[in-house]
Design a protein around this ligand. Structure first.
Ligand code: PMP
Length: 292
């Protein structure tokens, strides 16, 4: 049976300041965001009724919009309140939340200065991002590269930047992989299509420096957890030629959480002590009621 479509569900969506029935959350065809990708969004999770790092996500939504040249009509505190109320109204203490801000219909064309800015928040139940998460996922090398910082606003979680992620993920699943690992415009390893990436070598954690992709909130959390354990973390340029020297690999993201990787393009990896320890620490942190 086909999964229930995302536009045909019970419950509530917060849209432009009020809660409306889920099925009524519609936008017109002639909406700037639909044609020109003038939208920014967030993906976050609630654990036991508490949204993990809610304020950081709301602030990143603001930053993302600013990088695209628009300002949100709601303060981060208001967005936080709306998200929290949505979680309780939906009666889903463990859920995924999607906040989105976009340019409306007042002006159509490349220029968008006269468009109103809208904000909405939806939520849904989302278990593991990858079906066989704990078994470890298999990554292909993506056919698309992360653009240079002077090619696109790379620090914005902007809808338009996901075009190459969707293409890369489709290429990976078409070839029998779970996801793709994207290089950047220089040929250095960048990230997954919706998650950051970490490598382990001789007890040290290595991760690409986020100068052309999102410095994920989960990425920053995991770096903090590792350092609290006294583990050395090196943020640096990582080249594909180094892959064989790593023993463990994992992905991090709000949806992916910490997902072990068991293969990159034919090269096997074995999730072991480091991945397991960070996974346990991350679970302990997110499940703690005051983790926000
Ligand atoms: N990179 C990309 C392309 C993503 O979509 C995400 C998920 N938002 C991340 C990295 C990880 O970010 P975060 O940990 O803040 O969810």
């Amino acid at each position: 049976m086909a999964a229930q479509s995302f536009d045909d569900r019970d419950g509530w969506i917060w849209m432009d300041g009020e809660f409306i029935p889920h099925r009524d959350a519609r936008v017109h065809l002639l909406t700037h965001a639909m044609h020109y990708a003038s939208a920014v969004f967030e993906g976050e999770r609630a654990y036991d009724g508490v949204i993990f790092k809610s304020r950081e996500h709301s602030e990143r939504l603001h930053t993302s919009a600013k990088l695209l040249g628009f300002k949100l009509p709601y303060a981060a505190e208001e967005i936080d309140r709306a998200k929290a109320e949505l979680v309780s109204r939906q009666k889903t203490p463990n859920c995924y939340l999607r906040a989105i801000a976009w340019r409306g219909s007042e002006q159509m064309g490349v220029s968008a200065k006269r468009d109103d800015v809208h904000v909405a928040i939806a939520s849904w139940l989302w278990g593991d991002y990858f079906a066989d998460k704990m078994k470890g996922v298999r990554l292909m090398i993506a056919p698309w590269r992360r653009p240079a910082p002077d090619t696109a606003p790379i620090a914005s979680k902007a809808a338009g930047l996901y075009m190459i992620c969707t293409l890369s993920r489709h290429a990976a699943t078409d070839a029998g992989f779970d996801d793709a690992m994207m290089m950047d415009w220089r040929g250095q390893i960048a990230e997954g299509t919706g998650a950051n990436i970490f490598f382990v070598k001789d007890g040290v954690l290595h991760t690409p420096y986020p100068d052309c992709f999102l410095n994920g909130i989960t990425r920053q959390t995991v770096i903090g957890l590792a350092k609290a354990r006294g583990i050395e973390v090196v943020e640096r340029a990582i080249w594909p030629s180094e892959l064989a020297s790593f023993s463990e690999v994992f992905l991090t993201g709000s949806a992916a959480e910490i997902t072990p990787v068991r293969e990159i393009a034919g090269l096997p990896f074995k999730p072991a002590a480091m991945t397991e320890m960070l996974l346990n620490d991350f679970s302990a942190l997110t499940r703690r009621k005051n983790a926000a």
